[in-house]
Design a protein around this ligand. Structure first.
Ligand code: MRU
Length: 332
C-alpha cells in the first residue's frame, strides 16, 4: 500500500487545521481555526465527519474554547454547543465527557491541560485503528473481494481507519483482490471519500450504487462485507450509515461474513439495545437537491435518516482494538 500523503486534521497547540470533506475529492481545501463555533458548524455540515473524527475534533474545539477567555461559562456554552452537533455517534459524547472531567474550575492552566487531553484522545484513536486493522486482517485468511459502505478510513478517524484500516492491512498482507465501494447516498461518502482513499493507497476498487450490492453479492463476487459503526449498544446492535442494515441482511441470505470494525469508544455500554439509539434525521434538501440543482419539488415529503441499526445477530464479528468479539455480544 502506498503511504498516505495527507493529514485530515492537525492541532498545532493553538488552532485546528482540517480538510473540508464536503469538497473532496475535487478540491483539497484546508480550514484553520481556533474558534469552537466554526468546528461545531463543520461537524454539523459534515466538513468533519466519521464517528471517531467527530469525537477528536470536538475535543480540540472544547479545548480551544478556553484559549482566549478561559471562563467556566464559556466552557459550558462550548460544551453544550458541541454536544448538539450530531446525535448518533457516541464518540462525540464520550470525548466531551472525558474533556469535561479534566476541567478544573478556577485553574489557570485549563487550556493547556485540556489541549493535552484532546491530543491524548487523538493519539489513542490512531493507536486503536492500528490495533483494529491488525486484529481484523487476521480474519481475512485468503485473497478476497470485499465490499464496504460509507467512509471509515483516515478521513473518518485518523490513523489507518477502522473498516478501511482492516482492508488496507489485509491488502498489505496480500489478501485483498478488489474493494467494492458503495457510493453511499445521499452524501456520497463512499464514492467521494472511500474511493479517494483507496486510489491514494493504490488498492484496486470500483464504485457502485448502493442498491447494486445485492447483484454483486448474489453473483458471488463479494467474500465479505465490512463497515464501521457510529454507536454499538451493549447487546451488539450497531448504528451505522443508512444502508448498512440492508448489507447485513444480504450477507445473512448469501452466507458471507458481515463484520463491523470500531474502537471501544464507539461502544455505548449504557444503551442496552439498538432500539434506544437516537437516529439523526437530516434535512430534506440532501435528497431534493444535487448541489444547487433541484431534483424534485422542495415540498415533496422526505424521509432522510442518516443511520440505521444492524441487529447484533446479523453481525459475524465486531472488531475492536481489544480484539474480535462474536455473537452473542455482551458489552456491559
Ligand atoms: O454521517 P457520517 O459520514 O459521519 O457517517 C459516518 C459513518 O457512518 C461511518 O461508517 C462511521 O462513522 C464509522 S467511521 C470510522
Amino acid at each position: 500500500m502506498k503511504k498516505s500523503d495527507f493529514t485530515p486534521f492537525h492541532f498545532n497547540g493553538a488552532a485546528l487545521k482540517f480538510i473540508d470533506q464536503t469538497l473532496l475529492p475535487l478540491e483539497e481545501k484546508y480550514i484553520e481555526t481556533d474558534r469552537y463555533e466554526i468546528i461545531a458548524e463543520a461537524i454539523e455540515k459534515l466538513e468533519i465527519r466519521g464517528a471517531p473524527a467527530i469525537g477528536v475534533c470536538a475535543a480540540y474545539a472544547l479545548a480551544l474554547s478556553l484559549k482566549n477567555s478561559g471562563t467556566q461559562s464559556v466552557f459550558e456554552t462550548a460544551y453544550a454547543r458541541l454536544k448538539r452537533t450530531r446525535p448518533t455517534a457516541v464518540n462525540l459524547f464520550w470525548a466531551l465527557e472525558t474533556m469535561r472531567a479534566g476541567y478544573m474550575p478556577g485553574a489557570e492552566d485549563n487550556f493547556q491541560r485540556l489541549s493535552k487531553i484532546a491530543v491524548s484522545i487523538h493519539e489513542k484513536e490512531i493507536y486503536n485503528c492500528a490495533q483494529i486493522s491488525l486484529h481484523g486482517s487476521k480474519l481475512i485468511t485468503k485473497p478476497s473481494n470485499s465490499l464496504t459502505h460509507c467512509n471509515t478510513g483516515e478521513l473518518a478517524v485518523a490513523g489507518m481507519g477502522t473498516a478501511l484500516g482492516v482492508i488496507k492491512q489485509a491488502y498489505d498482507d496480500g489478501n485483498i483482490i478488489h474493494v467494492y465501494a458503495d457510493e453511499t447516498r445521499p452524501l456520497y461518502q463512499g464514492s467521494r471519500l472511500t474511493a479517494y482513499e483507496l486510489a491514494k493507497a493504490g488498492i484496486p476498487f470500483s464504485v457502485q450504487i448502493d442498491s447494486a450490492a445485492a447483484v454483486l453479492i448474489a453473483a458471488g463476487k463479494v467474500d465479505f462485507v465490512i463497515t464501521g459503526a457510529d454507536r454499538i449498544a451493549a447487546n451488539g446492535d450497531s448504528a451505522n450509515k443508512i444502508g448498512t442494515f440492508n448489507l447485513s441482511v444480504l450477507c445473512k441470505a448469501y452466507n458471507i461474513p458481515f463484520y463491523i470494525a470500531a474502537p471501544t469508544t464507539t461502544i455505548d455500554r449504557k444503551t442496552g439495545s439498538g432500539k434506544e439509539i437516537v437516529i439523526e434525521e437530516r434535512k430534506p434538501e440532501e435528497l431534493s437537491f444535487h448541489k444547487d440543482t433541484p431534483i424534485f419539488p422542495a415540498e415533496y415529503p422526505v424521509f432522510n435518516p442518516a443511520f440505521d441499526v444492524t441487529p447484533a445477530e446479523n453481525i459475524t464479528a465486531i472488531i475492536t482494538e481489544e480484539g474480535v468479539f462474536r455473537y452473542p455480544y455482551d458489552f456491559k
